[in-house]
Design a protein. Structure first.
Length: 349
C-alpha cells in the first residue's frame, strides 16, 4: 500500500512537472523564443497605429511571425499572424483567419464551441459581441486541445476596425527565432517616427521577477511539496521492508535448511521486493487515473486541471515511474545491505 501511494504521488508529480516545466505561454502555438513587451505612448491612438505599421514593416522583412494582444480579465487574445504555420488551428466549423481578413480590417472572430452558445444568429451569420460591437464568427474550434487542456474562448482579428485604441498597450511577438534581431531593425524606425513613444520588451522565458510577471503561472512550489511528500513516504518504506524481512525470517531459515545459499536468498528477496514495486506502480497509475477523473467533479477541478491536466499522460507516467524505480532500487540495496549485515551478525553469534 505504501509503494502504491508513492507510485501515485510520483506519477502526479511527473505529470505536473511535464505540464508546467516549459515556458508558460499565454496562448497556444507560441514558441519558447517568444517576446513579451509594452508600448508607452502619450497618445493611445498612436499605439494602435504603431501596431499596424509594425505589421507592415515585418511583412516587408519577409519573416513569418505572430503578433498578439492579451485581454486581461477575459480568456481571449487579439491576434495577427503572417503564415498558417504560426497558427495551425483546426476549426470544427468554418475557417480560420486569412490574409484578406487582416488586409481588409474585418470585424471577425474565432470562438470555441462553448462560446458559440452565447452568440446570436442574424442574417444567416453568427455574431459575437465585444466592447459594444458585433464581430462575425467565421470559425468554431474545440473547447479542449489534444492534451485535454481548455482552450482560449476566442481569437479576435488584430486589425479589426471596431477594436478600441486603448487595447494596444502590451503585446506578444513570436518569430520562432532565438534572438531579438528583428526588434533591432524595426523598433528604431518606429521610435524615430513616434518620438513620444517607448517600447520595452524581453524574452517570455525571462519574465520571472520582471514587471511582466503576470503573464506567468508557477506551480513549482506545489510540485516541490508533492515530491517531498512522496520521498518522505518512500523513506518510511525502508523500515517497512526491513520489518518484512523480519516477518519472513522463518521462511528464510527454512530456505537455508533446504540448501539455499546466501546469493539465492538475496535473489529471492530482490525478486519479491521488485515484484511488489512493479505491482504497486501499476496500482498507483490506476489510482492516478481515478484521481484525475474524480477531481473533475469537485470544486477544486480548475486547480487540479491546471496543475496535472485533464487526463493521465505517458510522459508524466514515465517520469514518475522512473523516479520511483530509481529510489526503490536504492531502498532495495539498503535492505540487502541490512540483510547481509544481519547475516554476518548471526554467523558471529
Amino acid at each position: 500500500m505504501i509503494f502504491s501511494v508513492v507510485a501515485m504521488l510520483f506519477t502526479l508529480g511527473g505529470m505536473a512537472y511535464m505540464k508546467n516545466s516549459g515556458v508558460y505561454k499565454p496562448f497556444p502555438y507560441l514558441s519558447d523564443h517568444s517576446f513579451v513587451g509594452s508600448i508607452l505612448s502619450s497618445d493611445e491612438a498612436n499605439a494602435k497605429t504603431l501596431f499596424l505599421e509594425f505589421i507592415e514593416l515585418e511583412k516587408i522583412d519577409g519573416s513569418d511571425f505572430t503578433l498578439a494582444v492579451p485581454l486581461y480579465g477575459m480568456n481571449g487574445i487579439v491576434l495577427y499572424y503572417s503564415d498558417k504555420t504560426m497558427f495551425p488551428l483546426e476549426p470544427i466549423e468554418g475557417r480560420i483567419f486569412t490574409s484578406a481578413d487582416f488586409q481588409n480590417h474585418t470585424d471577425t472572430v474565432l470562438v470555441n464551441e462553448k462560446i458559440k452558445e452565447n452568440c446570436k444568429q442574424e442574417n444567416g451569420k453568427l455574431w459575437w459581441s465585444y466592447g459594444g460591437n458585433d464581430f462575425e464568427v467565421i470559425g468554431v474550434y474545440e473547447a479542449q486541445d489534444e492534451n485535454g487542456d481548455k482552450t482560449l474562448d476566442f481569437y479576435i482579428n488584430l486589425t479589426a476596425k471596431s477594436l478600441r485604441d486603448d487595447l494596444f498597450q502590451e503585446f506578444l511577438f513570436d518569430t520562432k527565432k532565438q534572438n531579438a534581431e528583428i526588434f533591432g531593425r524595426i523598433i528604431p524606425a518606429l521610435l524615430e517616427k513616434y518620438p513620444n513613444t517607448s517600447i520595452d520588451f524581453l524574452p517570455l522565458s525571462e519574465i520571472k521577477g520582471s514587471k511582466y510577471d503576470h503573464f506567468a503561472t508557477n506551480f513549482q512550489s506545489m510540485q516541490f511539496l508533492l515530491i517531498i511528500t512522496a520521498v518522505l513516504v518512500l523513506l518510511n518504506s525502508i523500515s517497512v521492508c526491513i520489518n518484512w524481512l523480519v516477518w519472513y525470517r522463518k521462511e528464510i531459515a527454512v530456505r537455508k535448511l533446504c540448501g539455499a545459499n546466501h546469493h539465492q536468498i538475496q535473489r529471492w528477496i530482490i525478486g519479491r521486493l521488485a515484484s511488489s514495486v512493479i505491482l504497486s506502480g501499476v496500482v498507483g497509475i490506476v489510482a492516478t487515473h481515478f484521481f484525475i477523473v474524480i477531481t473533475k467533479y469537485l470544486p477544486v477541478s480548475e486547480s487540479t486541471q491546471l496543475m496535472f491536466g485533464n487526463k493521465i499522460t505517458l510522459n508524466g507516467v514515465f517520469l514518475g515511474m522512473g523516479a520511483l524505480f530509481l529510489l526503490c532500487g536504492t531502498i532495495i540495496t539498503i535492505v540487502i545491505a541490512w540483510y547481509n549485515k544481519s547475516t554476518i551478525s548471526e554467523g558471529i553469534k
